[in-house]
Ligand binder design. Sequence first.
Ligand SMILES: Cc1ncc(COP(=O)(O)O)c(C=O)c1O
Length: 421
Amino acid sequence: MGKSNWKKPPKEWKAKTRAAHVGYDPFLSMGAVRPPIFAVSTFSTEDAEKLEHMFRRSYGFETPLSPDEEWPIYTRVSNPNFIMLCDRIQCLEQGAEDPTAVYFPSGLSAIFTTVLTLCKPGDTLIFGYPVYGGTDHLLRHHVPERLGINVVPVDATDLNQVEDALKKHADTVKMLFIETPANPSLAMVDIQKVADLIHQNSDGLLVVDNTFMSPILQHPFMHSADIVVYSGTKSIGGHSDLIAGFVIDRDKRRAFRVQSVRVSTGPTPSAFDAWLLFRSMDTLEERVLKAQKNAKKIARFLKEHNKIERVIYPDFYDKKSSEWEIFQKQCEGPGSMITFDPKGGKKEAYTILNSLHIFGLAVSLGGVESLAESPWFHTHMDVSDEDKRKSRFNPQTVRLSVGIEDADDLCNDLDQALAKI
Ligand SMILES: Cc1ncc(COP(=O)(O)O)c(C=O)c1O
């Protein structure tokens, strides 16, 4: 007995069905409709040969012959809740034959482990700014200073800069890292064009942080990305109650190498968090689309407000700009992040932040509840003022992550806060 579609869904299944059904067969757990939590550190194996095979696999020597051969041996390596979760998340990616997910205890640990897997001292890593402030700090400081990797920041919206950097470091480039839309400027990078540039000019790989759009609104593999990373803390988790990350690789063997670096360096997520994430996936599309619907309304409200100087939201990009063209080609919607500048400066931004009742004054994004923060003084405080201005944000910039509350209540909350400046 058993459900036939729980590992590999039929091609015609849409995201909503995949996200709610793939990864779990109730008949492996006495019919329990939801999976149990495997709060277990170590697992029995039916014979020594299989245990040897799984050890070889955990050190990256060989991949299982079939997905059914997947068998946990020790939770730092894997756990049934991790396996279910990875089966579920990887089946949402489009544009790759057999995408393989690796689960991490945070988005930053997913990014760092990808760097450790792809680059060694003396190699070059190019990254397109702006990226999330924590990623920026990791790449500008720890990666070059502690690992001796040559890190070259470029403005990835400027293809000439990307090409120049790739040509200059052609022999040593192993990785180009981009985030699109970028945090907090929502700048769009053309994934296909930068993928072509790195593939033509080096043997390096394109890694795309797809956190802002989630697997519902953007599919980097369809535009020739090699590896996609997520902070699972955001839309995938969606309830601001856990920290998580994912690396999804179009190449199964390379994914196992990433996993083996994670296993050897030690970061281990918890089975309970994997179970929560698995549950969150059921509602991922509903949450992402509802938050986006709210964000569209709020962005229009802000754009028409007389105390607002500028609103950055993809719907408002100049229809003749390359940004609009990329947005149309690459994204299935504008998402739920809005960046705006009130009239005035830091004082006005802080008055708004301190006056909001429904929007929480907190960093992070992609949760069911709406949040607001100052990228200049909070999330991106370590980025130089010059780079912040180049990435089109100012001391008065406010970043909103829109949740799934009532859109009119959210507009009213912003309205009363704006009335205080
Ligand atoms: C776009 C993006 N990538 C990565 C991260 C890091 O993720 P985590 O906080 O799960 O380590 C964040 C965190 O805010 C983010 O916004």
